[in-house]
Design a protein around this ligand. Sequence first.
Ligand SMILES: [Cu+2]
Length: 475
Amino acid sequence: MSQIVEPAATRRAFVVGGIGLAASLALPRTAQSAQSPADINLAASPGRWPLVGEQNLETNVWNYNGRIPGPEIRVRQGEPVRIVVENKLDEETTVHWHGIRLSNAMDGVPGLTQPPIKPGETFTYEFTPPDAGTFWYHPHADSLRQLGRGLAGALIVEEASPVAVDRDILWMLSDWRLDSEGQIFGGFGNAMEAAMSGRVGNTVTINGALSNEVAVRAGERIRLRLANCALARIMALRFDGHKPWVVAIDGQPCEPHQPGSGRILLGPAMRVDLIIDMRGEPGRRYHVTDDFYDGLAYWLTQLAYDDKPSVRAHPLDAPVSLPRNPLTEPDLTSAEHHVLTLQGGMMGGGGMMGMGGMHGMSHRASWAINGKSMTGDGHAGMPPLLTLQLGRTYVLTLRNETAWWHPMHLHGYSFQVLTRNGSPVPHRQWADTILIPPKQSADIAFVANNPGDWMLHCHVTDHQVSGMMTVLRVA
Ligand SMILES: [Cu+2]
């Protein structure tokens, strides 16, 4: 079973909220189903979209199926999916299914795993997602412009049996750099910016629109799926008056926990699933604030309670624990260990890397991993930094020597996060993208059970295309 969730339903549920709310409170939620598996069609093309919501002001974007974000694709765990991607852009593209453990040929890296999709051509992606969870899709070609102009969408893999929540909602968080006319600034790939934070924008949208409020009802339990689709913006969300439980990270269930700081930290490409019990007062509003950057806090939206009394007489207690996915536990006793050192950028002590990229493309090398800079979006003949033995457990230490944060993404795998700066990481955390603060390190572990050439790169897109990228070969 697979389907695209219709835009009307999506917008009503996420943006307007109130209509149909009572009807959706049935517990547990019933998965919508199509009777037979059908092709899903995605067309990447230029378009227009009312990002800032003012009348007659539409932003020129690039999008999938005419929408920002692209259609929410919902599929079932363990059931085959066929997605036909048509390229209506005037440049090459590919689609990467971020976080899905699939075969290498379906991973969407141009040159490395498939020929790029030329303008006017199509490519069919086929895979069977082994894991339920919150994933997303985006291009892996000309990534700065294609992602930065809006090509991204959610890929939700539903659990075999529905999770007991009143509502399951998704916030695709995107960051745009808009001018006073509401149009996207050009100038992607600025070298100075690339050597610093990357292209952080000035407008953050939820599901393709500025959000003033999200309607909620007292007493309801919401599963809120957060996905940071920004090129570079890191987010730290606070839910005033609420105590969300983190139940999954990058799609992978963890032990439910409330983050000590109360903040939900989301680097680019990261997802977090929350369970939030709406224990606010009917009729009140509560800010959701992003205060990651010092002095630049803003409120993203408000949880707006309607006037109706609580939907339940007694608050729910323990949050739901999501069923685990079929991940292979690393065998740490026999693991092979490697250190990957993240280097470069401004203010890191050594200045900018200044070295020529191994693969120049049009991007200047500002960053490196273990002294090597691979630039661009992927291409044929990228030499692997490491060759991993199929079936063996590996522990990688990701050591950030730079002055900047890096969300490091490994394709084709979910890895266990073992330690940060040598201290054990609690709550059984697995991820596909790990945010590493300046001068800090993390140890991750995984069983190299998926053969192929897999990218490992920073998901601050400017960092990726200017050198913080490498390839791990599993053979
Ligand atoms: Cu980075």
